[in-house]
Design a protein around this ligand. Sequence first.
Ligand code: ARG
Length: 719
Amino acid sequence: MRKVSLTIALILIIFKSFADEGMWLPLLLGQQVYDDMVKRGLKLTKEQLYSINKASIKDAIVIFGSGCTGEMVSSEGLVFTNHHCGYDAIASASSLQNNYLHDGFWARSKSMEIPAKGLSVQFLLRMEDVTGQLDSALGALSGIERAKKQSELIAEINRKYSDSTKNIEARVSPLFKGNQFLVFVYQRYNDLRLVAAPPESIGKFGGDTDNWEWPRHTGDFSVFRVYMNKDGLPADYAADNIPLKPKYFLPVSIKGYKEGDYSMIYGYPGSTNRYETSYGVKLSTDINNPSIVNLRDARLKLMFEEMKKDPAVRLKLASSYASIANYWKFYDGETKQLLKYHVYEQKQNLENAFRQWAKGKPEFENLFTEWPKVYDAWRPYAKHRIYLYEGVLGSPFSRFASTLVKLESDLVKAGVDAPVVKQDIAAAIAARKKFLESENLNSDQKIMATTCMMFYTDIDKSQHPIGFYEGIRNSYGDLKDPGTYKSWASAVFSNSFLLNDAKWDAFTRNPDPIALQADPAFAYAGGFVKNYTNKYDPFYQQFLVRNNDLSRLYLKGVMQMNPRKKMYPDATFTMRVTYGNVKSYSPRDAVKYDYVCTMNGVLEKYKPGDYEFDLPAKLLELAEKKDFGPYIDKLHNDLIVCFITNNDITGGNSGSPVIDASGNLIGLAFDGNYEALSHKIAFDKNYNRTICVDIRYVLWCIDKLGGATNIINELKIVR
Ligand code: ARG
């Protein structure tokens, strides 16, 4: 008796969504959620949040680049996003002479803006439920068959809703693990120009030490402008394109806020897995996460050694270093928090409750007998997969070499003159060019040596590519000696024709499969990739497909089990809104973290000449004079730099607008806190916080530090 009521209590606690938890689809909010928003302080109508016919907040929100969010802030196409979202574009626009990453960049007129090649923004035009179409065609299919059919149907719907003449792209997203399908229709604009960025010492202040942490003092913003052609349509860069007139843009409030005030965040959270099983949690904490962290740790150290020596190398590797480091720290923290909050046990409790409920329901009752078997079948190879992608292919050179596997196979199968080989060669030339743009040979050679040895040491010998390590031993010596791998990697780098311009050109004019197969870099990368693809990837595909089927069933059951509960779907990089409040927290016993931090704190962290905590002279000078203009916070008599809310966001939300009760922009979301790094799998009501840069700090930087009053004048400022 006691046990049963305990489990029921648990279901109620764990499946109950709290106001701050939830990444809601703005169009499908429902009255219950909207009413709760109002109860929390929202002063807008549902129509103002998302309207099918009229301009609404959703029209100001864009997908920025390939993994971030941005928001329109002026009638002339101005977009705000994070510095770390514009990072690659800022680094690419920089040279050692004009180092915008280091010095910042402020366009004082439109003619000074810098085209950001390769960047785009996408507006969500509309959204439609296509569950009926998919369900009727998929019927009771399961396994590989279902997966194949599903992707065919999705491709067909995507085609039907897209229109390439207007850059309209549709993408179906399976929600609730495939229990619902929505098609999202976007319009992509790809003439973007860099308008402003603070120096990296502001935009990335605190570096990796402060990353994923509160208290935080980072001015993580950058500014771009979207252009369209004279007919008002998306177009590639052209000097005479004109600024986009967005349907809607956000007013910017410099009135400030206080603890408890309403806050909501629109944006594009990438992925969460809130219904992950206990088996999945265990696979992450035992195998996947520690493997990623180990391998990234090694690669980062080797990159950093070279970056320290030479500013040119630092600039070249900056962007890739930052992204590797970001999820290195994330996965380390995720493991720690999953263990600390006993998420494995929490999931087990949920699964036990589900089992109880499922008794006597044939559709569901065997779910948790099947599921562990699926994990048992995959687990022996999980580490191998990570060591391939994060280790062997963590060397940029071997990653490039591995892309030639298709060329090799087409050469052998279709012959030198086949059209497909021509395409492969064109792709290979482009891939090599891109690879070389951010290649540093010294660090890469060390990475290749180190990760090759880590694979040897850490991966079960029965899974090694046949003969490969024996070959190294025969030519270079003891496989337990790092020196062996160093000599081997050095030979690979000096002998590979892939790195030699003249020989590469000759090869592309007259591609010869034998020459490719004999190349030591190709032999290495290609050999490991083929070993995995032929022998272990089939297990992985089986794992994914089975896992999908079971997850879909699980969620279907969970929804039946909790018929009155309003549920939100896992993040799928589709537009969501999360609402809550500005809120302080206590990270551990006897410690209380304030909801804001200030310029005073920036100065406290300042370390002259430090890699992460240096500051620009101009900032020091202005801060010394307390020259904060209209951006000062009267309550604190200081400039507020960052603040926290209890909103529910994740990677992909970077750059998202933090919006007050009246629909004004008050900040940009840019991070999550360390104590809640388990958030992808379990939202923790007490610890979860979103870290935001205060819009007044952003404006202060643009205005006082950058002198770009032209930008300030474009905004609609609410005082
Ligand atoms: N953790 C942030 C996110 O994933 C990125 C912060 C970038 N800053 C850094 N120091 N790497 O959204």
